[in-house]
Design a protein around this ligand. Structure first.
Ligand code: ADP
Length: 984
């Protein structure tokens, strides 16, 4: 039995045994028989197998040795991919023991992804039966990935079992070398390509360059020429052609001698060229050349030697026309000279600062900062020179300026000099570029002096403010724009508004506390006249430069107040309006007192007025019966009377007249007191006026044996403008007193005149004096004389009579005439009364006929006039006296009436032949009285008007009122006689 048969038989036996195992449950006898047979058969097979094994074993060892001698890993896998055979190279590769690997698959030793690929490739071989060769990446036992070439073949044994035989070769190293070789080759190929391209480009560029070079040379503005060793021009560019004004053909091949217009110039050029040729040193020369006749230019010529490969020498010349540059340089030098002159002589310090350092300073900076030299300052940090307190501010400003941020261009700060002196400077800085980088240009002015005066000014301003604040009156100050600059404590108290809330405010804010609205007030009025503002004040008055205004404030804080403001313009030192100041005072209290006073005064005045009215009434009431007394006694005296009767009647008449003159004085006085006395202004003949006065007292004086003398300065003008009647009244008062209080001696009148230069050369002060040799006045009584109703003592009254009103009236009249009255007296020796008046010289008019001189000679002639019953209507006592005096001289006597009413009453009492009627009279004037007379007594007396003013139309008016004739004042005696005689 062969081995294979034995194996087959073994299989059959195994099958039978299985069969027996099934059948054994059926029959044990049958089982025993079968077992016996089988064991026999097994023994045979066992023997056979033993033989077979020993033969195979030796064969396998041999095979094993062969396989292990392979350096390439070798393996055999069964159909289920299990290793059934491996050589040592394979187990080494996997770093496993042989026994470990047999029966296992690739998945047990290699990473899954690799094992999956092996499996797939193996399966391909099993399936197709075709051998395959693969390049596989296999991780060896050391964990290194290797590149393996694997060849896999199918082997089928005699029994038809399929096996895979694989052999692998590690190609990792050769693979790497191959790769390196390949990449080196690629690299080489690439660089060959590049070199080729480069060469091609270079070649092209070379061709281009050659073309361009020509163009470039020609496009160069500077003339270029090349000369050979023989000095012949071999190359020129367009610019060179232009320089010589020749074509290229005309130049090429020529030498300097053929090209330059002047041989001297050519020689110089030749020599310079030769120098370059021999020394090989390039030379640059500035030349002034003439290339074309008539044109000279400055050029810079650079000559260089060039040697070609074959050793030929050439000279390359480049010419540059620097004529314009030269000129510009010259101009620049000039302007630089000017600028440095300016900078060096500047009064301001000029500084350039960069990177915080001083980069430039002009000479005056050195003296500003003390004894430093320029060297010491340059490149020093500028903050070093700044006063410590100001340093950070200046540095910050500098930083901002450099950063081009907004910063004031001008401001002041302090510097410290090398000697440690602090000075104030004002800087004016700007950002500039200095050597290509930002820097600041600074102008510094020394303002130390200015600062000092400013500070002094500030100090004095402060003092002024303190003074204003201290003022007790409410005071404030505004500037020219109307802004409040001071508001003192008093005005704070008055308005309740504090200075801090008002100072700096404009737009009439200061009017608010007073008027409740913004409006111009007194302070604005001093700056600018404004009717509107003026009208708002109760009272406005200018006092020098300031203005006073009173205003009523109904709505002020704390109720109604009266304020008086005083405002004035303030000027600066140049005389320009700087502002204004107003001081306000609360005068409410004073106003109340004033109001009371005014009321009291008005009451007093009213009382005086009623007193005067009472006096006037009283006098009138007294005069009416007195006139009757005087008038009727006159009638009686005309009749037949016994001597005694005549004496009684005359006493009655004299007493009546005296009483009348007293009444007249009282009337005058009450007129003056009531302010009703008005003076006339008409030409007065001074001498005449005095004469008439003397005449009036002459009779009494003669009775007492007194002489009256008068003395008038020759130089005194004859006429003055004034009130003839009132001046005479004063004189008569003084003269009659003198006569009255003198028992023996002389009465003297003297007049002097003094021109008043200042106002008008025709204005005079007339000085009158009346002196007597009478009883005199004791000194202690002198001061009472000119008061009303005052007499030296009561005994005087008893002895001499009088009302004590004469001097009081005289004083008032003199004062009305612009003068004064006084007395010098010594008891027992006499008195001198003085008075002055102001009067303007009047035009010289014809002297009246009855001057003192003529009258003195003529009285006797007039004594035999026909008796006429005359009524004199005249309110003024002196005029009455004058008229009576004149009538007396003409041989007439007359009754007197003080006004129109008295005239009517007198005519009612008794008939008159003539009424001499003054036109202007109180109560009833002459015109009305005349009309009344004509109405009541159509066949009544002749009426002759006497008027003060000889005005045009007066005569017509008087005649129209029923009067018969007309004479004017002052009465001229011949006129009086004419009108009286006309009636006959
Ligand atoms: P009378 O009407 O009383 O004279 P006057 O005012 O004229 O009033 O005078 C006031 C007084 O002044 C007189 O009463 C007298 O005492 C005194 N007197 C005035 N003139 C003289 C004089 N020439 N000599 C002396 N005494 C005089």
């Amino acid at each position: 039995m062969q081995f294979n048969d034995a194996l087959q038989r073994l299989c059959q036996l195994r099958a039978r045994l299985d069969d027996i195992r099934i059948k054994s449950q059926l029959s044990p006898a049958c089982l025993c028989e079968t077992l016996f047979d089988t064991s026999l058969e097994l023994q045979v097979i066992e023997r056979l197998l033993e033989e077979k094994c020993s033969a195979d074993k030796s064969q396998l060892l041999f095979l094993e040795r062969i396989l292990n001698s392979f350096t390439d890993p070798l393996f055999v896998k069964d159909r289920r991919h299990r290793y059934v055979l491996i050589n040592s190279a394979e187990s080494d590769f996997a770093a496993r023991k042989h026994e470990e690997m047999i029966g296992k698959t690739s998945h047990d030793f290699f990473p899954k992804e690799q094992a999956d690929i092996f499996w797939e490739k193996d399966e391909e071989v099993f399936a197709t039966g075709r051998e395959n060769v693969n390049e596989e990446f296999v991780t060896d036992g050391q964990g290194i990935v290797r590149t393996m070439f694997t060849k896999k073949t199918l082997y089928v044994d005699e029994t038809g079992n399929e096996f895979l035989v694989g052999i692998a070769r590690d190609v990792t190293k050769s693979k790497k070398i191959e790769e390196q070789l390949k990449s080196a080759h690629d690299e080489m190929e690439k660089s060959v390509h590049e070199r080729t391209a480069e060469l091609e480009n270079a070649n092209q560029a070379l061709t281009d360059t050659r073309d361009y070079l020509d163009k470039i040379i020609n496009s160069i503005g500077d003339p270029i020429h090349v000369k050979d060793r023989q000095h012949r021009v071999v190359l020129v560019n367009d610019a060179a052609c232009k320089l010589f004004c020749r074509s290229r053909e005309e130049i090429l091949g020529r030498t300097a001698y053929e090209l330059f217009p002047s041989p001297e110039m050519a020689e110089i050029s030749w020599r310079k060229d030769e120098e370059v040729f021999t020394t090989g040193v390039e030379n640059v020369n500035e030349e002034t050349n003439t290339y074309t006749p008539g044109v000279t230019c400055t050029v810079l010529v650079k000559k260089t030697l060039y040697m070609d490969k074959s050793g030929n020498k050439f000279l390359v010349g480049v010419t540059r026309d620097i004529t314009d540059r030269k000129r510009a340089e010259e101009a620049l030098r000039e302007s630089e000279k000017k600028y440095s002159l300016l900078i060096n002589n500047a009064n301001e310090s000029i500084i350039v600062a960069q990177d915080g350092l001083l980069k430039f300073v002009n000479p005056i900076t050195l003296s500003l900062l003390g004894m430093y030299s320029e060297k010491e300052l340059i490149d020093r940090p500028f903050p070093h020179f700044i006063y410590p307190d100001d340093r950070s501010m200046v540095v910050e400003n500098y930083r901002r300026r450099i950063a081009n941020e907004a910063v004031p261009p001008r401001y002041a700060f302090r510097v410290v000099t090398s000697e440690g002196i602090v000075k104030w400077v004002e800087i004016n800085a700007t950002l500039i570029e200095w050597q290509g980088r930002p820097a600041t240009l600074n102008f510094l002015t020394d303002i130390t002096e200015r600062k000092r005066t400013e500070e002094a000014l500030l100090g004095s301003e402060q003092r002024l403010m303190d003074i204003i604040d201290f003022l007790p009156d409410a005071t404030f100050v505004i500037d020219r724009e109307g802004k409040v600059i001071a508001w003192n404590r008093a005005i704070e108290a008055m308005t309740g508004i504090l200075a801090k809330d008002m100072v700096g405010k404009g737009d009439y804010e200061y009017a608010l506390p007073f008027y409740g609205s913004r409006r111009p007030i007194l302070i604005d009025l001093v700056i600018k006249a404004d009717r509107e503002i003026e009208s708002k004040y109760d009272h406005i008055e200018k006092k020098g430069r300031s203005l006073m205004g009173e205003a009523y404030m109904p709505n002020m804080r704390g109720g109604i107040v009266y304020l008086v403001g005083s405002a004035s313009v303030l000027y600066d030192s140049a005389g320009n309006v700087f502002g204004a100041i107003e001081s306000i005072r609360d005068i409410t209290e004073r106003k109340i007192v004033e109001d009371n006073l005014i009321r009291a005064k008005e009451a007093a005045e009213a009382a005086t007025r009623s007193k005067s009215e009472f006096l006037a009434n009283m006098s009138h009431e007294i005069r009416t019966p007195l006139n009757a007394v005087v008038g009727l006694t006159g009638l009686l005296l005309n009749g037949d009377l016994t001597a005694q009767e005549r004496d009684y009647v005359e006493t009655v008449r004299t007493s009546g007249n005296t009483l009348l003159s007293v009444i007249n004085e009282i009337l005058d006085f009450s007129k003056i007191e009531g302010g009703k006395m008005e003076l006339e202004s008409q030409p007065v003949h001074l001498r005449e006026c005095i004469c008439v006065a003397v005449d009036l007292v002459k009779a009494d004086a003669e009775k007492k044996g007194l002489a009256i003398k008068y003395c008038l300065d020759e130089t005194i003008p004859a006429y003055f403008k004034g009130d003839d009647t009132r001046l005479r009244q004063v004189l008569v008062n003084l003269l009659s007193n003198a006569v009255k209080f003198t028992h023996a001696g002389t009465i003297e009148i003297s007049v002097t005149a003094k021109p008043i230069q200042t106002t008008n050369s025709r204005q005079y002060e007339l000085h009158f004096s009346v002196s007597d040799t009478g009883i005199g006045i004791p000194e202690e009584k002198l001061n009472r004389l000119f008061q009303s109703f005052s007499q030296v003592d009561s005994t005087t009254t008893r002895k001499y009579g009088g009302t004590g009103l004469g001097l009081a009236i005289s004083r008032r009249l003199v004062e009305l005439m612009g003068g004064e009255i006084w007395v010098v007296s010594q008891p027992e020796l006499g008195s001198t009364f003085h008075f002055t008046i102001l009067a303007e010289e009047a035009e010289n008019i014809a002297l009246p006929a009855d001057s003192c001189d003529t009258r003195a000679k003529t009285p006797a002639r007039w004594g035999n006039a026909r008796p006429l019953r005359i009524l004199l209507a005249e309110d003024n006592a002196i005029n009455q006296m004058v008229a009576i005096q004149m009538l007396k001289r003409l041989g007439y006597s007359a009754d007197v009436a003080g006004n129109g009413l008295e005239v009517l009453q007198a005519i009612e009492r008794q008939p008159y032949d003539v009424v001499l009627m003054d036109v202007q009279m109180p109560e009833m004037d002459g015109l009305v009285a005349a009309q009344e007379i004509r109405k009541l007594w159509p066949k009544g007396p002749r009426i002759i008007a006497i008027t003060a003013y000889a005005l045009k139309g007066d005569r017509e008016r008087c005649l129209a009122a029923g009067m018969d004739d007309y004479i004017s004042k002052p009465i001229v005696i011949d006129e009086l006689r004419r009108v009286l005689e006309m009636g006959d």
